[in-house]
Design a protein around this ligand. Structure first.
Ligand code: SIN
Ligand code: CO
Length: 387
């Protein structure tokens, strides 16, 4: 049976803990060593495009918060305790940190949000709070006391600072000091409070779940972009000259009809697009030049490719796929690509294994339609080839 972190079977974790109860995996990653130093984390917080926060508990009990980019001089003014620095999306900023994600591959990649890294000095933390999402808190260097309660839905919120949302003290189900390599799973809406015992690093592997509001927003924006604004206009059904300012019942039927046409394809596209939308905006850079793609296509067309050919997925891809009728819809970083299900085997292999070798699949590279569709992924920077 597949054991998670050599401690708990995957089955037990998903049946009893995932999205239900917190769980502490002691020594889940026994050889864990930090991906970055506190100084490197502080360096990231100086940068303009980086989302960072410095939270301090003052000696009079007040809390203060400063958003990045921080001034370098701020660090020399800090005491040796009671503050924490938190930086979002470190997996995108320092791709080495993304290696940590390999330990969480039991959750689909499209559910991932980001890795937030924090450095806290003794007494430092963000205070008792809840998050809406699942998170695995990986303890890096140092020790931290974590108290975690049971999930609830009615919390009394407190704002010791306008931007710090905390909750009232809660009863702890888990109250432990974490050591390097320990991993604490915290489900959504679960009270938790981590206070550094010694200077310490915490890696929060956070998962996201789309909200209905986000789905509706994406769906409507897609529909509006595709709509023909000149046709399907409302037509009067019941004007009789007896004028009233009220909307007629036909307005509701017309509106219902207008939305009844939403297809499964439109719904799944909106879903796939939002869940693969990258957390940090970035311009994809094609890994291979337009010339090298053209040269590859020419060789393929002439049947002149001598070496084995393999395709690989770029490291920065957030992706998923969905088979709908005769199509495989592939979502990569918020964009949809359509493939005929004839190509489902190689495309699924590419996505599930992050690469595939052309010799191992049942597709001829003389198939120009397939090659052109793969070429689109290469041009957009999501795929590269080796031969
Ligand atoms: C942290 O302080 O590193 C984690 C914050 C949290 O509990 O969300
Ligand atoms: Co939290």
């Amino acid at each position: 049976m597949n054991q998670l972190f050599k401690t708990l079977s995957q089955e037990t974790f998903f049946e009893q803990y995932w999205q239900r109860r917190p769980y502490l995996f002691r020594q889940a990653l026994p050889d864990f060593s930090d991906y970055l130093t506190p100084e490197e984390l502080a360096g990231l917080a100086l940068e303009e495009e980086v989302d960072s926060r410095l939270i301090t508990r003052e000696s009079n009990g007040a809390w203060s918060l400063q958003h990045g980019p921080l001034e370098p001089s701020i660090f020399s003014q800090l005491s040796e305790s009671d503050w924490t620095l938190l930086v979002q999306s470190v997996d995108s900023l320092l791709p080495d940190t993304a290696q940590l994600l390999q330990h969480f591959s039991f959750i689909p990649g499209w559910r991932l949000d980001d890795i937030m890294v924090s450095y806290a000095t003794p007494g430092g933390g963000v205070g008792p709070h809840i998050d809406q999402y699942d998170v695995f808190l990986v303890q890096g260097s140092g020790q931290r006391r974590w108290q975690v309660g049971t999930p609830q839905h009615d919390y009394e919120f407190r704002y010791p600072h306008p931007e710090i949302k905390q909750i009232a003290p809660f009863q702890a189900l888990i109250d432990e000091v974490l050591q390097p390599g320990d991993v604490l799973y915290v489900p959504p809406n679960t009270p938790h409070d981590g206070v550094a015992v010694t200077p310490c690093m915490t890696y929060s592997v956070g998962f996201r779940a789309p909200s209905e509001a986000l789905l509706v927003q994406q769906l409507l924006s897609n529909l509006a972009a595709q709509a023909d604004h000149q046709s399907n206009l409302y037509q009067d059904q019941s004007l009789s000259g007896a004028s009233t300012q009220a909307l007629p019942p036909s307005a509701l039927s017309w509106a219902k009809n207008a939305l009844a046409g939403i297809t499964d394809r439109q719904l799944i596209s909106a879903f796939g697009e939002i869940v693969t939308e990258p957390k940090m905006e970035f311009e994809p850079e094609p890994i291979q030049s337009a010339e090298s793609i053209t040269a590859l296509l020419a060789k393929l067309e002439q049947g002149k490719l001598e070496a084995p050919l393999s395709f690989h997925l770029a490291a920065n891809c957030r992706f998923t796929y969905f088979q709908h009728e005769a199509q495989l819809l592939v979502f990569i970083n918020g964009k949809v690509y359509e493939f005929s299900i004839t190509y489902a085997e190689p495309i699924k292999k590419l996505l599930e294994n992050r690469n595939y070798c052309i010799e191992n699949v049942n597709i001829s590279l003389q198939d120009i339609e397939f090659v052109n569709r793969i070429a689109n992924l290469i041009k957009d920077g999501w795929v590269f080839f080796k031969h």
